[in-house]
Write a protein that binds this ligand. Structure first.
Ligand SMILES: Nc1nc2c(ncn2[C@@H]2O[C@H](COP(=O)(O)OP(=O)(O)OP(=O)(O)O)[C@@H](O)[C@H]2O)c(=O)[nH]1
Ligand SMILES: [Mg+2]
Length: 194
């Protein structure tokens, strides 16, 4: 699979504009600003594929990216955005619930957490959410370039423990130095095959 053969199908404001569920989909979830859009750009080798913002809360819609005519990566708005209004939070919850509930073509959830920190309550809620829908989850610890080698190892164990997953289910990742990119691609390909 060639991840560089990626294009944005649609930024969908509501369920009526979701593409046909004709291809498997993999969801990228995680706190606002954790690096979801950057991860897409890293995989696509194109810094302009997904919009990366300096301020959190940039991605507002469900963005469907088709990869090599084989599957879609779905970039969703980040949660835990401190300045989001109550109304926005409710809209977000509803949109995500609709999406997870209705889409039978979801193959898995890539949950991004910040490599520097212990997973937040919001992260654990998102994890519960994915498990409730019986979806496989892969944890990706982003911004690992901001940690030393020993901190990376420490955080890897902490994240696996907090999320109650095997060490092999956590990938240290960096959009800056491409750490974890190959492992992530292999994991995605495995999901798509099964
Ligand atoms: N050092 C470092 N910075 C990163 C990394 N990934 C993302 N960033 C930075 O973190 C900020 C947020 O990145 P985004 O990719 O926009 O995050 P997002 O999760 O899509 O955010 P929302 O769309 O708001 O939910 C940007 O300033 C990125 O440059 C990484 O691996 N390392
Ligand atoms: Mg984004």
């Amino acid at each position: 699979m060639d991840f560089r053969k990626m294009h944005l199908v649609i930024s969908a404001p509501d369920k009526h504009s979701w593409p046909e569920p004709s291809l498997p989909e993999i969801v990228l979830a995680g706190r606002s600003n954790v690096g979801k859009s950057s991860l897409i750009n890293t995989l696509a080798e194109n810094r302009k594929m997904a919009y990366v913002g300096k301020t959190p809360g940039k991605t507002r819609l469900l963005n469907f990216f088709e990869v090599d005519q084989t599957f879609r990566l779905v970039d969703v708005p980040g949660y835990g955005y401190a300045h989001a209004s109550q109304k926005l939070l409710l809209q977000f919850g509803k949109m995500m619930e609709d999406y997870f509930h209705d889409r039978k073509n979801i193959k898995g959830v890539i949950l991004l957490v910040d490599a520097r920190h212990r997973p937040t309550e919001d992260d654990l809620t998102m994890l519960e959410f994915a498990r409730y829908f019986q979806l496989p989850v892969l944890l990706v610890a982003t911004k690992a370039d901001k940690c030393s080698r020993s901190e990376q190892q420490h955080q890897l164990h902490l994240i696996a423990e907090c999320c109650e997953v095997a060490l092999s289910e956590v990938i240290l990742f960096s959009s800056v130095d491409q750490l974890g990119k190959d492992r992530l691609i292999t994991a995605i390909e495995q999901w798509i095959k099964n």
